[in-house]
Design a protein around this ligand. Structure first.
Ligand SMILES: C[S@@+](CC[C@H](N)C(=O)[O-])C[C@H]1O[C@@H](n2cnc3c(N)ncnc32)[C@H](O)[C@@H]1O
Length: 293
């Protein structure tokens, strides 16, 4: 049994995408292939799925999950910002972006995403990227670190954490998840350690977003991805971070004003209580969908 990722908001996404036989969809964030296999089941016998994933481990799981669908699946190991270029003049009926990290990445040993195991501080989703979280932690100025931790992590203790990191690395470079976790724990006053989320959560999230340039990539795909949709084709985006959700909301509003798209979700769709209970990772998920006019 490999690593597993439970897909979120599956029924909601399928309803918006209106999967039918013969249609073509892009899953730009394949992960373990959960959403993708649902799309393939619902577009049988001849629907096509174009999948993108830049992480080798996730790609391995997705390839295995999607094997039964044979040549109805085309998979690319690419950053999703390459999508318009890959598609050349082809257009599609729907695009799904399910942002952030998969459980496969979080749980696999040695990737550096989790502070629950001691590992080198990598945090690269695409193992081919040059920059690691350790490079940032040991290379950015105190002000730059504070900016990243505050904005990408929404961490109110960003200044103290940034200073503590700089102090620690003067003694010895911070190279592991455990070393970073300890610095963050010490930097946040004990009485403010939340019981609900681990004190290191926000700092780790912030560094991951920066290492993988997640906001820049989202900006690019939102600006260009809709152009490969057919008229009536739909784009669904699931985000887990308020900065991402805001970017999605503002971009589709702009596209609606320009007469390119129609918004189908005035408010973001969120998981039912039942789903949140079954899959706690779904709690912060927000789905927005728009249709090409
Ligand atoms: C939340 S998971 C997707 C889970 C998937 N929907 C499923 O059902 O298993 C997000 C995935 O998107 C991938 N990803 C994030 N940014 C990407 C990018 N710019 N290009 C390609 N893949 C990306 C990550 O590596 C991760 O595997």
């Amino acid at each position: 049994m490999g690593l597993q990722h439970i897909p979120v908001l599956v029924e909601e996404v399928m309803t918006f995408l209106r999967c039918e036989a013969g249609r073509t969809y892009v899953d730009a964030t394949l992960g373990g292939g959960g959403h993708a296999s649902e799309i393939l089941k619902r577009t049988a016998p001849d629907g096509v799925l174009i999948g993108m994933e830049w992480d080798e481990d996730a790609l391995f799981e997705a390839t295995r999950t999607l094997k039964p669908f044979g040549d109805r699946v085309r998979i690319f190991r690419e950053n999703f910002i390459q999508l318009p270029g890959l598609m050349k003049n082809e257009s599609v009926d729907g695009i799904l972006l399910d942002l952030g990290l998969s459980s496969i990445q979080l749980e696999k040993e040695g990737r550096g995403f989790s502070f629950r195991e001691d590992s080198p501080l990598y945090m690269r989703m695409d193992q081919r990227l040059d920059q690691t979280a350790a490079d940032l932690v040991n290379g950015l100025s105190s002000e730059e670190l504070e900016y990243v931790i505050f904005h990408h992590g929404e961490e109110r203790w960003a200044k103290r954490i940034a200073r503590a990191v700089v102090q620690e690395r003067e003694r010895e470079p911070i190279r592991t998840t455990e070393a970073l976790r300890r610095v963050v724990y010490r930097a946040i006053p004990k009485r403010f350690h939340s019981r609900r989320i681990d004190p290191a959560t926000r700092t780790f999230q912030a560094l991951r977003i920066q290492v993988n340039e997640e906001l820049e990539n989202l900006r690019k795909i939102l600006d260009t991805g809709w152009r490969i949709l057919k008229r009536g084709g739909r784009m669904c985006v699931i985000s887990f971070h308020s900065l991402e959700d805001r970017m999605v909301k503002e971009t589709v509003r702009k596209l609606e004003k320009e007469g390119e798209m129609r918004i189908l979700t005035k408010k973001p769709v969120t998981p039912s209580e039942e789903e949140q209970e079954r899959n706690p990772r779904s709690r912060s998920a927000k789905l927005r969908c728009a249709e090409r006019i």
